[in-house]
Design a protein around this ligand. Sequence first.
Ligand code: SDX
Length: 428
Amino acid sequence: MSKTAELIIDGKSYVFPLVVGSENEVAVDISQLMEKTGAVTLDLGFKNTGSTKSAITFLDGDKGILRYRGYSIEDLAEKSNFIEVAYLLIFGELPTQEQYIKFSDDIRTHTLVHEDIKKMLDGFPSTAHPMGVLASLFCSQTAFYPESLDPNRANNAVYLSIIRSLAKMPTFAAWAYKNAAGHPVNYPDNKLEFTARFLKMTFALPGQDYEVDPVITEALDKLLILHADHEQNCSTSTVRIVGSSKASIYSSISAGVNALWGPLHGGANQEVIVMLENIKNDGGDTEKWINKAKDKNSGFRLMGFGHRVYKNFDPRAKIIKKAADDVLKKLGVNDPVLEIALKLEEAALKDPYFVERKLYPNVDFYSGIIYRALGIPVEMFTVMFAMGRLPGWIAQWMEMRENKEPIGRPRQIYTGATLRPYKAIGSR
Ligand code: SDX
């Protein structure tokens, strides 16, 4: 393959270098484009634009491949656990037994949050969406750990921020749930491991024993692994661009939580269940809703379907679909919306509209069915996504910082009014 790309503008030829990645992906390096040609590129939604070079996660949209630091998502979901995957994403290698124990214990010792954060929580009405509470509480760490605002901190100080982020996110998530439920909060039981600790903090009720069900813990741990990173998606790009201004890790990740909240992104897992319930309550006529999704004027999309990168299948959806079946059987849960989801997938994958547009179930299509079977309420689904995605956000923020990337500042093509003299219109 040639090492360069040629661009001809107004008959003049410009040559730009090609960048080839470790998986033979090819990019045209246009960092000199404006200087050489005076032109910029235009790519709404950055569908064809690479924002960085990254060694963290590899996706192949045609082959349905997802790897974290070279390890396949299938292997990690089957054989690893969330804390080990978090370590892999953030530090680049699987931890030794000693490193794993230290990392896990460091997280364990930082699960408590300052009591003043509970006062902030009390200020939220129980109607507040848990994602808004989560973003606020997570960002409030900038007030309690002001050293995190120093962009030139030594790496060991950043390590403490990483640990605090991983340790306190589940506490914030559990407290956001308790606030919505109108229940008193629980404090973390540090005798338990990460996922079990979160479940007990979230679901234990005053005066009642709470036995952590290993089936639920294992299923949730697998879901957290599957959500842990996904290269330059909307929320991760948000974390990187906010961090590129040298904003703290806490404010950068809080921005990522807000980006994830959108229904076209992480908020889709909540919308999928709402959609499936609507279809069930409407009599379960999947053909009718498939036709609505095809009708541009309906404003309805098949939530949990389609993906910017995967144009064959989302490998996470495959794993989650199987896990949904297993978990519901193990828990003896019969959820009618699972049948509707299976019918919807089968019908859509035969329909030319979806086939032509390469629309397949994505990570959000089946995840809500498992969350519901685990007893997690629908308004907490995206919070679970944020908890899972946290190690990826941290890893990507660290990589951007270690690579000393410039502040993100895209250009534009102006289409507004050209120069015009000021003339007062109304009376002044
Ligand atoms: C996540 O990027 C990531 O990696 C994200 C994520 C991660 O791990 O971080 O994987 C997590 O966000 C998964 C996606 C969750 N969102 C949804 O399930 C919402 C429903 N899906 C879509 O809105 C859509 O498919 C997106 C947002 C996922 C992708 O949008 P794109 O790439 O911008 O594609 P598009 O909107 O331009 O759609 C292309 C065509 C359009 O039709 P035409 O104009 O070509 O005729 O496909 C149609 C769209 O109308 N289309 C759909 C559809 N998704 C796309 N039509 C009906 N139902 C859908 N779900």
